[in-house]
Design a binder for this molecule. Structure first.
Ligand code: SF4
Length: 359
């Protein structure tokens, strides 16, 4: 069984950012308004470490909420040096930074490697140039591709962060983004539906319509299926609930968005593969422990597809994605959602792939 990874988050809101992106307000999201100094980084690390078992092997310190490689070199050095004693004593095993694709070059990758950084997450948002232009990100897809290749070549673990539903985004752009990302072999991804945050340029953008909740679930589900099939870790789906939820003025927000999307994936699996009558005849469902709450669904909506007397139980011996359905007549069916979802993913990919523009 994979060992649990503990993450010590250090927020550096907007530090190193060349400008404020139209959709972003890290201060409102994180509730932190300034970058911590070295003593505060140590203090946060010490505090977290008191709650983490001393035997834990995978403890990562992660700098979030800003553009790490956009910081002056001296500040990057000081921040990373402050983590060094924990790395030497093996209390912290990895350092992750997140940054913009246009702030990656050979020089900063060499320094990051020398100073102990192991993982780099790129705020890709999209690999579609129309989306990048309309969202005023300030770089094109080629820059993000080049940055990803360099990060891999320098031996870092690579993460891609995507936003769905940005200005100019559609299914074609989404599929293109997934395909290009897959070729760059990220180790992990994060999926964020675009939300409109108060006092951002996006909030003032005329004619911008965020995705509705169902469409955000559909597109997130596509990315999950796509990347699960090629064994890329899905680190996060949906924005971490901000300190002040009223700062979100529009968009598909839910504090448990990941749960909502996985519940949707299972519901879609049941409804697309079985007749209503068959589902209503199911009296016993066995799932993996990992899938149990998703199979039950939000407010038990998926459970309501089955017979009223149906019992859903988790089984530690069942592999994630697999499920056993038993009907009142004793018929037992073992199946898994990956086969169906893989098929659906292939169909969507084929439908929305525009020839020639992915390679
Ligand atoms: S999206 Fe990233 S680069 Fe843009 S303002 Fe936010 S933290 Fe900075």
């Amino acid at each position: 069984m994979a060992q649990k990874t503990y993450v010590i988050p250090i927020f550096i809101p907007h530090s190193g950012c060349p400008f404020q992106c139209i959709f972003c307000d890290q201060k409102q999201i994180s509730g932190t308004s300034r970058m911590p100094d070295i003593d505060e980084v140590k203090c946060t690390a010490d505090e977290y470490l008191t709650t983490i078992p001393s035997t834990a092997r995978n403890v990562m310190l992660a700098f979030y909420g800003g553009n790490f490689t956009g910081l002056p070199e001296k500040i990057q050095y000081d921040l990373l040096q402050s983590v060094n004693p924990y790395m030497e004593s093996k209390r912290i095993s990895a350092i992750r930074v997140s940054t913009r694709p246009d702030c990656i070059d050979c020089n900063n990758l060499l320094l990051l490697r020398k100073w102990g950084v192991t993982e780099i997450e790129l705020g890709i948002q999209s690999f579609d140039d129309t989306v990048l232009t309309e969202s005023r990100r300030g770089y094109c897809s080629q820059t993000a591709i080049k940055a990803s290749i360099m990060i891999r070549n320098y031996g870092f673990t690579l993460g891609h962060q995507f936003m769905i539903g940005l200005p100019g985004d559609d299914w074609g752009a989404l599929v293109k983004t997934a395909q290009i990302s897959a070729r760059l072999k990220p180790d992990m991804i994060r999926i964020y539906p675009t939300l409109v945050i108060r006092d951002t340029a996006l909030a003032d953008l005329k004619n911008f319509q965020p995705l509705d909740f169902k469409e955000a679930c559909r597109r997130s589900a596509f990315l999950i299926d796509f990347f699960e099939l090629i064994c890329v870790r899905i680190l996060r789906v949906g924005l971490h609930p901000p300190q002040d939820e009223s700062s979100i003025v529009a968009g598909p927000f839910h504090p448990a968005f990941r749960y909502m999307v996985y519940s949707y994936i299972w519901r879609d699996f049941f409804m697309s593969n079985f007749s209503k009558d068959f589902l209503y005849d199911i009296i016993d469902v066995t799932t993996s422990c990992e899938d149990f709450s998703y199979v039950v669904g939000y407010k038990a909506q998926n459970k309501q597809l089955f017979n009223q007397s149906c019992k859903i139980r988790p089984a530690s011996w069942l592999v994630a994605g697999h499920i056993i359905l038993r009907t009142s007549s004793g018929t037992s069916l073992t199946t898994n959602r990956y086969i169906y979802r893989a098929d659906k993913c292939r169909q969507l990919t084929a439908r929305y792939t525009s020839s020639g523009d992915v390679d």
